[in-house]
Design a protein around this ligand. Sequence first.
Ligand code: ADP
Ligand code: MG
Length: 287
Amino acid sequence: SVPLAFFGGVGGASRCGVLVKGSNYLEALAKVDTVIFDKTGTLTTGTFTVTDIYSADLDDQQLLELAAYAESYSDHPISLSIKEAFGKEIDKTRVSETEELSGKGIKAVIDGKLIYAGNKKLMADLGIEKLPVNESATLVHLAEGEKYLGYVAIADTVKEDSASAIRGLKAAGVHSSVMLTGDRDAVAGKVASTIGLDAYYAELLPGDKVELAEKIIAEKQAKGNVVFVGDGINDAPVLARADIGVAMGGLGSEAAIEAADIVIMDDQPSKLSTVIKIARKTLSIAR
Ligand code: ADP
Ligand code: MG
């Protein structure tokens, strides 16, 4: 039987805007050792703005248009932001084929031309190794076939709440807070130092994220539970493998909200330490 106190704990979490799908998750939360965060949409807002455009031949607006068309069928935060920056109606009849290359970008046929939009891993797959230098932004490179066209530089901002989220976890006795991301190292490093993470791993493909998460879970098994917090875009398999999967309710995908054990309705990462405290208190009352 479930002690009554657990119902109180689930109710308390719900009043803080956190949906806990079972009292067993509250019990598991009380024994957290490590929290793994996804970056985009979880610790950052997931709303990118265009900071720079570099174009080899086309004019900048044409390059942005090509990027928006390539991204036309995707719901990835990067895609939504590029379409927003383009700002015009997209004539989808011009896009005859489209495929998401998870953790790398997009492949699309636009006006009959094969267009790629994505990161340096995608460009390397096309044999394009020499890319223009850009210090720190997230770059969406564009290529037509194997010909490099240029990039759209985009930047995301850290959520106001993220630094206090990490401090709150430390105060709640969580031993380590780490971040996994497919984004480039320079961007990830800046986020990690800004908010005070213990460690970060960047330039990961979705499969790498799963492998790394499994390694962390195995290492921590004796010490306590591992929580994963993500938005479900390219990270649903990790969400499923963690001892406790937490999804962002606002930005998160429908599938992630389904798969998660706990949902933070207003997307504030600091709510995690709030529920950990509720969980600990609940456990002490239940005993
Ligand atoms: P994150 O780990 O930050 O949540 P993802 O795994 O979704 O990111 O994507 C990793 C990287 O792959 C992005 O930083 C970007 O470089 C590239 N990428 C993924 N999807 C797209 C897309 N739709 N358009 C352009 N680039 C993309
Ligand atoms: Mg993601």
